[in-house]
Design a protein around this ligand. Structure first.
Ligand SMILES: [Fe+2]
Length: 202
């Protein structure tokens, strides 16, 4: 089995002005495609077949750096594309309740998540995860790691993720990562995030 680049559920210019079309096109066709190609090559080289990425992440500390970086790269970008939508969507009751209980309010969650994204040194991701006890938590990981990996300090199921690699924002925002993080909130598809939340706690 080899992995394939998924189609985006919207056009490259659909997220403008928050994320510009050129950034989206390069991000999808060059960066994400690159992770897919290198993941397939690394799996072939290692003789691993027919195993899903979640299982590989659970023992990633025992696998090659190429599988870790490119497996994470593929998974993380697949998640990222699906939790974005032109103009985002409304947060619904069930997830809203869990957010209020854990963080106080949606604004408090946004502040915590934005801080994790802004302070992630170098390249990486900010995450909202559901941990093994079903609790929400904000965390971040370096490079293309994610919270499903056995190497992650905070492990759980990611339900929202933000790519803070410069390739995700540099054309439009240059070094101004906080402005890109602010813009991200206008694009979050909370319906998709809630779908992932409900699956994670079931
Ligand atoms: Fe990326």
């Amino acid at each position: 089995m080899s992995y394939k680049l998924p189609e985006l559920p919207y056009s490259y210019d659909a997220l403008a002005p928050y994320i510009d079309a050129r950034t989206m096109e390069i991000h999808h066709t060059k960066h994400h495609q690159g992770y897919v190609n290198k993941l397939n090559a690394a799996l072939e080289e290692s003789g691993i077949e027919g195993t899903d990425l979640n299982s590989l992440f659970g023992k990633i500390s025992k696998l090659s750096t190429a599988i870790r970086n490119n497996g994470g790269g593929h998974y993380n970008h697949c998640l990222f594309w699906t939790i974005l939508a032109p103009n985002g969507s409304e947060l619904s009751a069930k997830l809203s309740e869990a957010i209020d209980t854990t963080f106080g309010s949606l604004d408090d969650l946004k502040a915590s998540f934005s801080n994790a994204a802004a302070t992630r040194f170098g390249s990486g991701w900010a995450w909202l995860i559901v941990d093994a006890d079903g609790n929400l938590k904000v965390t971040s990981t370096p490079n293309q790691d994610n919270p499903l990996m056995d190497t992650a300090p905070d492990q759980g199921t990611p339900i929202l993720g933000l790519d803070v690699w410069e390739h995700a924002y540099y054309l439009n925002y240059q070094n101004k990562r906080p402005e890109y993080i602010d813009a991200f909130w206008s694009l979050v598809d909370w319906k998709e995030v809630e779908k992932r939340y409900l699956a994670a706690i079931s």
